[in-house]
Design a binder for this molecule. Structure first.
Ligand code: FES
Ligand code: FES
Length: 158
């Protein structure tokens, strides 16, 4: 049997030390060992984007990363931004635009909106659309989601 490895992660602002298997995916560690159920398991092949997290400041798909590789990294999920001002704006514009139905993709789009607010507050429509291509939504189509993200960004300027 393969031996577990001890890793350290900074998750939503808190240091964590956990044992992982060498072949364990980060999405599994986050959901099963750290209880972060906002990180969804979809395709597990890097296509649907529902497992998106912020990883050392970048949006990445956590099903494509081994937990052992993440040693020393800083991770943010929706649980970590729940009480931020940005999240208040995101909640408002997503609700106003009916930008979710089943909600499965919503945590990933929420993180995308938050990341744009922090890193590209002046993002153009094309940039928002391009960024949104990395996440699949099977329910809404993308018009409402993109509009909600655009409005959340514009609320930053008010
Ligand atoms: S579950 Fe990671 S991209 Fe689909
Ligand atoms: S709201 Fe159902 S997958 Fe996007």
């Amino acid at each position: 049997m393969e031996k577990e490895i001890r890793i350290r992660l900074k998750v939503n602002g808190r240091q964590k030390e956990i044992q992982v298997m060498p072949n364990e995916r980060l999405v599994d560690t986050l959901r099963e060992k750290l209880g972060l159920k906002s990180v969804k398991m979809g395709c597990l092949t890097g296509e649907c984007g529902t497992c998106t997290i912020i990883y050392d400041g970048q949006l990445v798909k956590s099903c494509l990363i081994l937990s052992a590789e993440a040693d020393g990294k800083e991770i943010t999920t929706v649980e970590g931004i729940a009480k931020t001002e940005e999240m208040e704006k995101i909640k408002r514009t997503f609700a106003a635009n009916n930008a979710f139905q089943c909600g499965f993709c919503t945590p990933a789009f929420t993180l995308l909106a938050y990341w744009l607010m922090k890193n590209k507050p002046e993002a153009t429509n094309e940039e928002i659309e391009e960024a949104s291509n990395s996440i699949l939504c099977r329910c809404t189509g993308y018009i409402q989601i993109i509009q909600a993200i655009r409005e959340a960004l514009s609320l930053l300027r008010k």
